[in-house]
Design a protein around this ligand. Structure first.
Ligand SMILES: [Zn+2]
Length: 77
């Protein structure tokens, strides 16, 4: 019996939550998409649900969760 293969359960999708000013929802963005957004320097990030997130101020309250993003995250976990 191998002990390998179990570690896959511990791997989590590397995402961060960000509220968009365009729809006031909190979307999930992968680290790679976040890097892309930083690189482009426009303050826009591609969320898991394929929405372009325009980053809200960090000091504003987070909006309701984007269900599509969270479903994607669950499905990929
Ligand atoms: Zn979303």
């Amino acid at each position: 019996m191998s002990k390998r293969g179990r570690t896959a359960n511990a791997v989590r999708l590397d995402v961060l939550a960000m509220t968009s000013v365009s729809d006031n929802r909190t979307h999930l963005i992968t680290a790679a998409a976040f890097d892309d957004g930083i690189w482009q320097g426009a303050g826009r990030y591609r969320a898991l649900c394929d929405t372009t997130v325009v980053a809200a101020s960090m000091s504003s309250a987070p909006g309701p969760d984007c269900r599509t993003c969270y479903e994607h995250a669950r499905g990929a976990a």
